[in-house]
Design a binder for this molecule. Sequence first.
Ligand SMILES: Cc1ncc(COP(=O)(O)O)c(C=O)c1O
Length: 432
Amino acid sequence: MSLNESQKLFERAQMSLAGGVSSHFRALDKPTPQFFEKAKGAYIWDVDGNKYLDFALSQGPMILGHSPSPVLKAVKQEMNRGLLFAGQHLPEIELAELFQKHVPCADLTRFSLTGSEATQTAIRVARAYTGKKKYIKFEGQYHGWFDSTLISVAPSKEIRGPLKSPNSVGMTKGQMESVLDEVIVLPWNNLAVLKRTIKERENEVAGIIMEPVMCNCGCIPPLPGYLEGVRELCDKKDIPLIFDEIITGFRCALGGAQAHFGVTPDMATFGKAMAAGFPISAICGKRKFMELIARGEVMHAGTFNSYNIGIAASLATIQLMSQNRQEVHRHIRKLGKSLMSGIRRIARKQKKPLLVQGLGPMFHVGFTSSKEVTSFRDCDNYDGARYGQLVSGMRERGVRLIGRGIWYVSAAHTEQHVEQTLALFEDALRNV
Ligand SMILES: Cc1ncc(COP(=O)(O)O)c(C=O)c1O
């Protein structure tokens, strides 16, 4: 399999595009950032003519597969009406009503474009509600690339500090150092440490934000009782609890992780899968929090907010997902679980130390002899280089995976795709 054309284009790109890419993480792709030509359903084609069965799904958004016809049809119709009014229009109400219907915490909603904006807004509301400054985030979790949130996402061993009271670590040059002081970083899935911190620092804590499944690091599910414990603590202390559902929203269930686990946060952010590939995000929450935005006390703005195309795409996506007793979610859950159990079976057969964790619609595969990974620092035991070999092996066999181990499943994948993938996986794993 050749990547010559991608390599050539990457060289050319570096002459005009900073670093040859438009997003930091894409520059990390090995052996070269790939250039793609088209994508449809479960497949994506690169400029070298290679066709891949795709489990990267554009980092999660393509929950209906690439270029889903019903969404494209809705978007084309909407384009005849207009692109952007920068004023109100009926479909944005309809979309907010769908949020009310499906997302447990969504008394009120606002729309933005990206996940980073939505999480930033949620933290702003939490600070405004409590009048306090610091928010708690968990080591290894990602809430976007803004100064205020790009903290302790993947801190190296030398600088990350003690396990139970990690340092607050920035991730980029140019990031304001003062933001590090405004965050309390804790290990996720450790209720005892959270309780102790709240007991000692309650007066400082404006809110708690978390990925309810730690998708950006190991796809780690919450331990039994953890989400419930955090919820109880937040209720007792009147601390706003924010679920960052940019990945889990509309993916692990129609109502997100909060519906799946039956734990309702005070606010939640959505993006990625909510519009099957079109850029739009949402912040929603219980009335007493979102009213701060409603009354104009907390600023939320954006020229492109509620643009026609994104709203139309999201309406079509959510309407499709709600059909036939949520057939889309039953399908991706079933296929995801088949893939997870198939990969475990193959690893056992080949006596390879592979750990598979997650919920099905998204899951993580990594080389480790650990039986379970429950927090960021457990991920130190993953052998990333070895997984990189597996990703290359799968690429050569026509399957596209994400290098950091997460797999996404879409409605366009079929049982035949699962069988085919497992056969290729068995072959690729033998050579790793
Ligand atoms: C959990 C989570 N929150 C926030 C973001 C930021 O979203 P965006 O890249 O749309 O700004 C991401 C992006 O991957 C994410 O995974």
